[in-house]
Design a protein around this ligand. Structure first.
Ligand SMILES: [Mg+2]
Length: 333
């Protein structure tokens, strides 16, 4: 058994701007686990927002890989053991997804079969999945033009990144440019608390279907104070299944991302728990290649909303068999 990791810098095709800043490249971590005949691979993206820099992630991997290798040799290492060794986050995600990928290959089945089994369901037929296409922060006019360009390429569901500035001007410009498009908004914690209810009402009037994380994680109690005019989704406030009971009283939807929750194992548990709590589920991503998105596809197939457009932001998708993005859908054909 072999287990190793490598880091890769991936330049973006165009700058990606959200409320926290602008990126022109990302760094991903890839873990490969091989039994000689089969190789599992897991990719994860270090995220400074959660104190998960590449250095932190690499240190986590260096610490755990010797135990992992020994355990795999003895046949005694499993994903539960991994969850005991590493906290939810990027390093655990890379290893967890590599273990799922290896198991799928050893059994000669797709990931969908394994995830359906874990959920106690019949596997879903493979079909293209609708994903949002993200519009980064820019001037109102540039955002409207970007929205129209995506619409003309066939995207029908756009996720608009906003900060606390020019919310109305930007959204009116976009709505005018793409009157028919389905819109969701991601504030990445940046909406002003003052006037929040009116702000959400304006979004609802413009036909926005959902707003993601309007307030900072830990300062979202203000969401309790009024009836939401549109569904509100927890992203930065939502990490693992332990967060869900409290979030269910404050949000209508939760964004499950493998890099936050620590991999598919926890993602499956979160999906089951969200269903039990009557929370709608969005499956999202950090920027990353098709390798990272593919791991999330079985969860995405069961979600209300899917945001897995990460690879469309890369200059080059290094996955040997990239997912196909066309007309707002992604396909693993
Ligand atoms: Mg978000």
């Amino acid at each position: 058994m072999q287990a190793d990791y490598a880091t890769h810098r991936l330049p973006l095709a165009r700058p990606f701007a959200i409320s926290r800043g602008t990126r022109t490249e990302i760094e991903v971590v890839r873990v490969t686990i091989s039994d000689g005949a089969h190789q599992g691979i897991g990719e994860a993206t270090p995220t400074p927002r959660y104190e998960q820099t590449t250095e932190v992630v690499v240190a986590d991997l260096e610490r755990v890989l010797p135990t992992l290798r020994q355990g795999l040799e003895r046949g005694s290492f499993d994903r539960d053991e991994l969850a005991r060794l590493l906290p939810a986050g990027v390093a655990r995600n890379a290893i967890d997804c590599a273990l799922w990928s290896l198991e799928a290959q050893k059994r000669g089945v797709g990931l969908e079969t394994l995830i359906a089994e874990a959920l106690g369901e019949a596997p879903l037929p493979q079909r293209p999945i609708d994903t949002v296409q993200t519009i980064g922060i820019a001037t109102a006019q540039a955002m409207a033009e970007a929205a129209r360009a995506e619409w003309e390429k066939g995207a029908r569901l756009l996720k608009v990144k906003l900060d606390g500035e020019q919310i109305e001007a930007r959204m009116r410009a976009i709505r005018q440019a793409v009157p028919q498009a389905r819109l969701v908004v991601d504030a990445n914690e940046a909406f002003p608390r003052q006037g929040l209810e009116q702000c959400l009402r304006l979004l609802a009037e413009l036909g926005v279907e959902m707003v993601e994380q309007p307030l900072p994680a830990g300062e979202d109690a203000a969401l309790d104070e009024f009836r939401h005019p549109l569904p509100v989704c927890a992203d930065e406030s939502c990490h693992t299944r332990e967060d869900l009971p409290a979030l269910a009283r404050r949000y209508e939807m939760v964004n499950i991302k493998l890099d936050k929750c620590g991999g598919l194992s926890e993602g499956i548990a979160m999906l089951a728990q969200a269903r039990a709590l009557d929370l709608k589920v969005m499956v999202g991503c950090m920027l990353g290649s098709s390798t990272a998105m593919r791991a999330a596809l079985p969860l995405a197939a069961r979600a209300t909303l899917v945001d897995l457009d990460g690879p469309t932001w890369l200059a080059n998708d290094p996955d040997p068999r990239p997912l196909r993005f066309a007309a707002g859908t992604l396909d693993d054909g």
